[in-house]
Design a protein around this ligand. Structure first.
Ligand SMILES: Nc1ncnc2c1ncn2[C@@H]1O[C@H](COP(=O)(O)OP(=O)(O)OP(=O)(O)O)[C@@H](O)[C@H]1O
Length: 277
């Protein structure tokens, strides 16, 4: 089978096992270029382990993984490193260095790449800070001087430092109030559209799941059980999907989607401004 160059991630038959505990079994996962996808599922379903596997932070027990069309199993170290550099990662909590300013944090990944002219570096770092929606005067601040939302944006600026093609986010809106979370979702959407970024995020945020992403991959039964918009997944009858997308927590979203269907004869548009092929 040839590589589909439109697939940023193409994983087939993944198995992840800890001792006798199998977390993923014959799992397939694909992510198309330019899409914004949420990876969701119950607690312990294996979202974090899958995310780590997909960006080569951990090796799968078995299975195939292609990143940007490259087979990671046969890639040499230099190729694997260059694949990693095409991925920006925002870990839960931001994981900024507390003893460094925002600008110094943002410049860390670039500095690791060798010696650069100081003026040029500062200009580049400032451009990422502004891209992440932070004011210019936040560059000289330390993480403890920032609000929760600003810490996320500073971590995002750092994840964008090397101009990644794929942005991976682990619970990016956790700890933010609903308005801050919606603003962060909008920023990710705008970046995806303006920079052509592909985005994969693990999230529990229902607002993001129902309104902020193009599609949702739902993990259950050790596999990706279903992929589609939240509205599409809510309309299916697997018990895990019914519980997640039509249960008490999702009630208001599902009610809004079905009301819209009744009112205008079409399914609710689940995205703020995205498109679904
Ligand atoms: N290093 C490890 N050693 C042993 N078991 C592990 C390890 N990492 C994860 N697991 C197990 O793998 C399973 C999936 O964990 P994972 O953290 O991926 O779940 P999750 O879907 O992200 O959960 P949550 O939503 O609660 O964060 C869990 O049963 C967990 O205990």
């Amino acid at each position: 089978m040839g590589a589909d160059t439109d697939l940023v991630i193409d994983a087939r038959g993944l198995v992840n096992q800890f001792g006798t505990h199998r977390v993923h079994d014959d799992l397939d996962f694909q992510l198309q270029r330019g899409r914004v996808m949420a990876l969701v599922g119950g607690s312990g379903a294996g979202k974090t382990v899958l995310l780590q596997t997909l960006i080569m932070l951990r090796e799968a027990t078995s299975g195939q993984l292609r990143l940007f069309g490259v087979d990671t199993a046969t890639a040499d170290q230099a190729t694997r490193q260059s694949l990693r550099e095409r991925i920006g990662v925002l870990f839960q909590g931001g994981a900024l260095f507390t003893s460094l300013t925002v600008l110094e944090n943002v410049l860390m990944p670039i500095r690791e790449h060798g010696r650069f002219d100081k003026g040029w570096l500062t200009e580049l770092g400032m451009s990422k800070i502004l891209l992440a929606g932070l004011p210019a005067d936040s560059a000289d601040k330390y993480p403890m001087e920032l609000s929760g939302g600003m810490v996320k944006r500073a971590a995002l600026a750092r994840a964008l430092a090397l101009d990644p093609e794929l942005l991976v986010l682990d619970e990016p809106t956790s700890g933010l109030d609903p308005i801050g979370a919606a603003a962060f979702d909008d920023l990710i959407r705008t970046l995806s559209e303006s920079l052509g970024l592909t985005v994969l995020q693990v999230t529990h945020d229902l607002d993001s799941i129902w309104r902020g992403v193009d599609e949702v991959a739902f993990l259950a039964r050790k596999k990706v059980l279903a992929v589609g918009t939240a509205v599409e997944l809510a309309a299916r009858d697997e018990p895990e999907l019914v519980a997640y997308f039509r249960g008490t927590r999702s009630e208001a979203y599902w009610a809004a989607a079905t009301r819209k269907t009744r009112d205008d004869g079409s399914m609710a548009e689940p995205h703020r401004n995205g498109t679904q092929a």
